[in-house]
Design a binder for this molecule. Structure first.
Ligand code: DX5
Ligand code: ZN
Length: 218
């Protein structure tokens, strides 16, 4: 069964505890936390203190997606705050290998992510360090954007590389996931689907999560 990671970017920030517990109760696997610095992406969201604040609220894996320039500066802080997975953009630092090493040294699972414009070849040399590989299916910065189907070719390439080299990373997809695009993601080989607006912009969150999970069956 595919894992679902609701993005709290689309939650009610004034009621985050309620909104995190709601998705936990209805079958979410990870809580996806979108960190934006206003430089790497044209939006600003949370810092490490937000991760520390939500850590006691849930037992779910905190899947922290850093959309920031030079993330090495904050890896220690996000690890100390209680992140379970820290994912860094290949485009965000000239020292992506070092950033991945730093995450692992902090005792946290290391994720690598690429934007729609970046090929898989850009991250081949760090795949051996990766616990998670995230493929963006929108240009990062905002929830509610349209799914870019052509990015799924990269998921197929990653499945091949994982088989060939006996890597163990999970493949996660982020951006524009709904009940329909989820089927395409699962067919391409995704293990984890981030869903923000589709899950939270609904008065039936339970049904929305169930529909994303059902993509693995239908
Ligand atoms: C985009 C973020 C996503 C976003 C997804 O910059 O990385 O995690 O919350 O939102 P939806 O699912 O609405 O596309
Ligand atoms: Zn994200």
């Amino acid at each position: 069964m595919v894992k679902v990671a609701p993005s709290i970017l689309s939650a009610d920030f004034a009621n985050l505890e309620r909104d995190i517990k709601l998705v936990e109760k209805h079958g979410a696997d990870y809580i996806h936390v979108d960190v934006m610095d206003g430089q790497f992406v044209p939006n600003v969201t949370f810092g490490p203190s937000m991760v520390a604040a939500i850590r006691p609220v849930t037992d779910l894996t905190l899947d922290v997606h850093l959309m920031m320039i030079d993330p090495e500066r904050f890896i220690g802080d996000f690890a100390d705050a209680g992140s379970d997975i820290i994912t860094v953009h290949a485009e965000s630092t000239p020292h992506i290998h070092r950033a991945m090493q730093m995450i692992k040294q902090a005792g946290v699972k290391a994720g690598i992510v690429i934007n729609p414009g970046t090929p898989v070849s850009a991250i081949e040399s760090v795949l051996e360090l990766a616990d998670l590989v995230l493929i963006m299916t929108v240009n990062p910065g905002f929830g509610g954007q349209k799914f870019i189907t052509s990015c799924l070719d990269k998921v197929e390439q990653l499945v091949e590389l994982r088989n060939k080299n006996d890597y163990a990373f999970e493949i996660e997809i982020d951006g524009g996931v709904d009940d329909q695009t989820a089927k395409l993601c699962v067919a391409a080989g995704a293990d984890v689907l981030v869903a923000g607006s589709y899950v939270y912009n609904s008065d039936n969150v339970a049904e929305r999560i169930a529909k994303v999970k059902a993509a693995a069956i239908n």
